[in-house]
Design a protein around this ligand. Structure first.
Ligand code: 6PG
Length: 249
């Protein structure tokens, strides 16, 4: 695991955009595609806007990029809560990526149906892997961190945390709102997993995930342990403020 701490949210977005462009170039050169699972919520918006800027967009091999989501709210794509809708407005509509390369979760469908359809998308991605893989192998899974320790839509004490045989499940946020989330096996099969966390409000939970008792049922972000891939925490100083100096490095 590695930790990068940037001075502020803008520097964090800039660094993450730089790393994402490098990861995309490496994956496209090595395997002909860059399969990335995007995270939702507010934090990644600044990153998504950054990669739409010419200084980064021109470095990203968009023809080779395959966009997926780590989770989605069960709402139509034009709903303000839609993770796809946020990414579309922040960068997708501003970059030369083909519609066929955008594998959104069908949030407008009934959750069980949307989960099944997304499972099929993920199984199709798994089938592209050489040598063959049971699991879809993302080149990058982007994750955020909720104040309660959730990530993607894997919430504390949720049944979704124990799912091993499915790649995508219908679940719920604590407020009961329906969500679709990838499961731990998918996240932990990725070549790279990045937590992108910004702001003082998350500092306590960042320290809890990294330094607290290991209780993934209560702190689902602790269940993110890539089997072969590289886990990286990209933090701004505010989010890193409660980390032990020894952990900060
Ligand atoms: C979502 C996300 C979720 C998010 C965290 C942090 O759909 O909301 O996937 O896991 O990353 O809740 O959200 P913020 O970046 O808005 O704090």
């Amino acid at each position: 695991m590695s930790i990068e701490i940037l001075p502020d949210a803008d520097a964090l977005a800039l660094r993450a955009a730089d790393l994402l462009a490098l990861a995309a170039q490496e994956a496209a050169a090595a395997r002909g595609r860059f399969a990335v699972a995007l995270s939702g919520g507010e934090t990644p918006r600044a990153l998504y806007r950054m990669i739409a800027r010419q200084q980064f967009s021109q470095k990203i091999p968009w023809r080779r990029v395959q966009l997926y989501w780590g989770d989605e709210r069960c709402v139509p794509p034009d709903d303000p809560a839609s993770n796809y809708g946020m990414a579309r407005d922040a960068f997708i509509k501003h970059v030369p990526i083909a519609d066929a390369n955008v594998h959104r979760v069908l949030g407008e469908q009934p959750p069980a149906q949307a989960a099944l359809a997304y499972e099929k998308e993920l199984r199709a991605l798994a089938a592209l892997e050489r040598p063959t893989s049971e699991l879809p192998v993302f080149d990058l899974v982007l994750l955020g961190l909720g104040g309660d320790g959730h990530t993607a839509s894997l919430f504390p004490h949720s049944d979704a945390l124990a799912v091993e045989e499915r790649f995508a499940v219908a679940t719920q946020a604590p407020d009961g709102s329906p969500r679709i989330s990838v499961t731990y096996p998918v996240i932990n099969a990725a070549r790279r997993v990045w937590f992108l966390v910004s702001g003082a409000k998350k500092a306590g939970m960042v320290a809890e995930v990294m330094e607290g008792l290991m209780v993934p049922a209560a702190v689902p972000a602790q269940g993110v342990r890539p089997v072969h891939g590289q886990l990286t925490w990209l933090l701004d100083e505010a989010a890193a403020a409660e980390l032990d100096p020894a952990v900060r490095g």
